[in-house]
Write a protein that binds this ligand. Structure first.
Ligand code: NIG
Ligand code: FE
Length: 416
């Protein structure tokens, strides 16, 4: 095994208040510690917080050391982009109207079907590389642009292949109810979903199901059915809810056993309490809110309530063509009035919890996987220098996988 690597003399190292936490409501975020010091990585794991003579030393002076960002909601892999649609949206055409006129999800489904596996993976690999440079060390990808049994299975297989081909690790979610495919109504398509789950289990690495509840998509009854299917097949449940209008879907999702409810722009304040103490996180997607001109969720109230809150990019060609978690952090701080500690918790530990991975990542704790970022300044600069990429170096399982050129000198010290 190679020598331990130590990031030494950092201005800030982000630590949990207790070592073995797997999630923490934002109401306790101020208990996170930001202290000067070292971080030691060895054998792919975090080994301690004090460098000794056996370590290869990397000068971290002036830097913050934080866990790698976990992007728990992306729509990778997808094919092509929809910039034309964004221009229409900015000019005032509502998303629902774009969707009804054959745009939106259906247009990305046509694009996916027209591209070869190699072309889709090439685009997704390039996006994963951009994500890495912005500090994302773990991500989730979804199907949802297949819109047929064969198309969804293909998308899930491609999501798995993507994770095999990039430095990051992550999970795959079967978003099998995204838009109602041609020739179906919601009920007949849900029958198809039920029929494909054995194949999803056997042929793909999907570990969760997902559904879009909206007037242009699926209903709360479909959400309940998806919950039963998830439980029957040993899969987690995620749900896109309360994005464009309110359908009272959060209590329904919690009843259905959802691990997360995602979007929540139109969450009525009276439904916040349902998430307090629930085994279900609120995943907020401020990039989609901002670019889609959506309402702002009651995020300040959610964070204060005791709910577990999470941030993600929602990277997709329609509502959020955004790869950068630092940009998402900047939006969250400004739009939600969140502190930087609330924000960092939402993009590390709590995001890993949504993916069922927080026992081994999402926090700088001894024994956890050493997915670690070196930032080029204090964490307060992440939201403040909005649009700047603060990531100076990225470590995955203790190995440096990306070093920004102006910080290469830190890695040029003598070997141990
Ligand atoms: O998370 N809301 C539904 N699904 C995606 C958008 C998909 C698309 O427009 O292509 C979302 O915002
Ligand atoms: Fe989404």
């Amino acid at each position: 095994m190679s020598a331990p690597i130590a990031l030494t003399g950092a201005a800030e190292v982000l630590r949990l208040p207790e070592e073995d936490l797997e999630r923490l409501p934002q109401s306790r975020a101020e208990e996170l510690r930001l202290e000067p010091g070292d971080l030691v990585m060895h054998g792919g794991r975090i080994a301690g917080f004090a460098a000794d003579g056996s370590c290869r030393r990397i000068d971290a002076s002036g830097c913050a050391v934080v866990p790698g960002f976990v992007d728990c909601h992306t729509h990778l892999p997808f094919g092509g982009w929809r910039a034309d649609e964004y221009a229409r949206k900015v000019a005032g055409v509502p998303y629902a109207e774009i969707a009804r006129s054959g745009g939106g999800i259906r247009s990305s489904a046509r694009a996916l079907a027209a591209l070869s596996d190699g072309e889709i993976l090439a685009q997704a690999r390039a996006l994963a590389a951009e994500m890495l440079h912005h500090g994302t060390t773990t991500f989730e990808g979804k199907s949802g642009y297949g819109l047929s049994v064969a198309g969804e299975l293909r998308a899930l297989e491609l999501a798995g292949r993507l994770l095999d081909e990039v430095p990051q690790t992550g999970t795959v979610t079967a978003l099998l109810a995204h838009a109602v495919p041609e020739g179906h109504d919601t009920a007949s398509w849900m029958d198809e979903v039920e029929g494909m789950l054995d194949a999803v289990r056997a042929r793909t690495r999907a570990d969760a199901l997902d559904i879009f509840v909206e007037s242009v998509a699926f209903s709360n009854d479909d959400l309940l059915r998806m919950g039963r299917l998830a439980a029957a097949h040993g899969l987690a449940l995620r749900a896109h809810v309360e994005q464009l209008s309110s359908h009272g879907s959060v209590p329904v999702a919690v009843t259905a056993g959802a691990r997360s409810v995602d979007h929540l722009s139109c969450l009525p304040p009276e439904d916040i309490g349902v998430l307090v103490g629930a085994e279900c996180a609120a995943v907020l997607l401020p990039g989609a809110e901002f670019l889609g001109g959506e309402r702002t969720p009651p995020a300040r109230e959610l964070a204060g309530s005791g709910a577990v809150c999470v941030l993600a990019t929602d990277l997709n060609p329609g509502t959020s063509p955004i790869v950068s978690m630092p940009l998402i952090a900047g939006l969250a701080v400004r739009r939600y009035g969140w502190s930087i500690k609330e924000t960092l918790l939402a993009m590390t530990l709590n995001a890993a919890w949504v993916l069922g991975l927080s026992g081994e990542r999402g926090a700088l704790c001894v024994g956890r996987r050493a997915d670690v970022l070196l930032l080029d300044g204090p964490v307060a600069h992440i939201p403040y220098r909005f649009g700047h990429n603060p990531v100076a170096a990225v470590f995955i399982a203790g190995e440096p996988v990306w070093v920004r050129e102006d910080h290469a000198w830190r890695f040029e010290g003598p070997a141990a």
